[in-house]
Ligand binder design. Structure first.
Ligand code: C2G
Length: 434
């Protein structure tokens, strides 16, 4: 009996998929089909898969060509499968020509011609809503939204407004967006989602304007230093049924969610201490201190909770500029210390100590792809990690895409009370500053 194997995502099942399965079956007597698992696709950068694994398997099954269906869960699985299922030939479309030649040591390699004029990408473009993103900024950096938005179905950053002509020039040199606006109201009109990336003082008004004009907003946090202003924005977003989402990418990254699961689920016991430091110096950005602080306060609120008993702030300034600040929080059963350096450098790290283990993220922990777990009694350090390209903006946009299709405006990655408490703490730091 000649056994054949083929693989695919088989998203939005179409005639091209049907044809390749039919012809694969014709190459032998028994066909094994490997359907890609969700994590595997995310790992290889295929973020825009629409159908669930169950639906994709069902669609392959319905063709009647597969004698056995398996799930492809990790890179490098193919060789193990060829051996395990005693495969004689591997079949794949010729869009992969040459890419799998190394498998010919294990079985025959057959590349079949792809069906022309049809693809899952094309169906996605035709079938799903398109969301144009407009960027409002005052410096020439897109935070990778241009590249990352393209990786999510139906999203594209197309419009730019920048109130500084020199920076706009630089911005366009780097990213060349199709539409430049010299009036931000016009940009808002022309876009479905507005990304606000400018100095803190301007954020509140831009966000308010975008919401008033009925547009969803992603903004670099904090939106403001004043809790009453944030409340206004939240109320407005609710009234208009719009998404208002801060750009804190860490909470959308897989490994951070593993960390949360461990700490919130009691897997390292009771949490005694949360300690983190962050520093960055960029003279072109005013108030960078507050931008950095938002990133540190959120994980603290998630891990230690929101009910701290006492907070105290030490702020060291040089003229108008905050060089360093330390924020100390006393919780009923533990402490949190957050150190933020601007001109004064501190080592970037995050450490969470529990009664049954310690978690450490080294280096730029807010965009880290891994953490260490140290458990008492074990010499081995366990490493948890995830791999992805870019800075993770695509995961935030993917959450937004899911919220839009589910008609939901409240994010479950950053809850409303967490957003509120970040600004509440910053409001207190601002007072301590003056
Ligand atoms: N295909 C085709 N004609 C099309 C579209 C796709 O023949 N018009 C074939 C592809 O060449 C592939 C199979 O259908 O052999 C599945 O395609 P996808 O679902 O796009 O999966 P892909 O990303 O190619 O996964 O481990 C996964 C595999 O390496 C391939």
């Amino acid at each position: 009996m000649k056994k054949i194997i083929t693989y695919g995502t088989f998203d939005l099942f179409h005639i091209g998929h049907y044809n390749i399965l039919k012809r694969a079956k014709e190459q032998g007597d028994y066909l094994v089909v490997g359907v890609t698992g969700e994590n595997y696709d995310i790992g290889r950068g295929k973020l825009n898969v629409h159908d669930s694994l169950a639906t994709r398997i069902e669609n392959v099954e319905k063709t009647g060509f597969a004698d056995e269906i398996i799930v492809e869960e990790y890179l490098g699985q193919k060789i193990g499968d060829i051996v395990k299922y005693d495969i004689d030939a591997f079949v794949i479309g010729d869009d992969w020509r040459g890419k799998f030649d190394h498998l010919s040591r294990y079985c025959d390699m057959i590349y079949l011609e792809r069906t022309k004029g049809i693809s899952s990408t094309q169906i996605r473009e035709e079938k799903f809503n398109q969301y144009d993103i407009g960027i409002i900024c005052d410096f020439a950096d897109d935070n990778q939204i241009v590249k990352e938005a393209k990786l999510v179905n139906g999203f594209e950053a197309k419009n730019i407004y920048c109130d500084n002509p020199e920076e706009l020039n630089l911005f366009q040199k780097k990213y060349s967006l199709p539409n430049v606006f010299d009036d931000y109201n016009e940009l808002i009109d022309a876009s479905d989602i507005i990304y606000i990336r400018c100095s803190i003082e301007k954020r509140f008004n831009f966000i308010k304007r975008a919401l008033k004009l009925g547009k969803h907003v992603i903004y670099d946090p904090p939106a403001t230093f004043k809790t009453y202003e944030l409340e206004k924005l939240m109320k407005l977003a609710k009234e208009k049924n719009l998404i208002l989402m801060e750009n804190i990418k860490m909470v959308h990254i897989y490994v951070f969610n593993q960390l949360l699961w461990m700490t919130q689920g009691g897997l390292i016991g009771d949490i005694l201490s949360f300690n983190c430091s962050i520093s960055k110096n960029d003279e072109t950005r005013s108030n960078l201190f507050y931008d950095l602080s938002s990133l540190t306060i959120l994980p603290m609120l998630k891990i230690m909770g929101q009910n701290y008993e006492k907070a105290d702030f030490q702020v060291k300034k040089d003229g108008d500029n905050i060089e360093f600040a330390s924020m100390n929080f006393v919780y009923p059963n533990g402490r949190a210390i957050i150190n933020v350096g601007n001109e004064i450098r501190v080592d970037n790290q995050l450490e969470i100590i529990g009664t049954e283990g310690t978690i450490r993220m080294k280096g730029d922990w807010w965009r880290s792809k891994s953490f260490e777990l140290h458990t008492p009694g074990s010499k081995d350090v366990q490493l948890y990690n995830t791999n992805f390209e870019g800075n993770g903006f695509k995961y935030l946009i993917r959450e937004m895409s899911r919220m839009l299709s589910n008609n939901r405006i409240d994010s479950r990655s950053i809850f409303e009370d967490e957003s509120f408490n970040i600004v509440k703490i910053l409001e207190q730091v601002k007072k301590a500053e003056n």
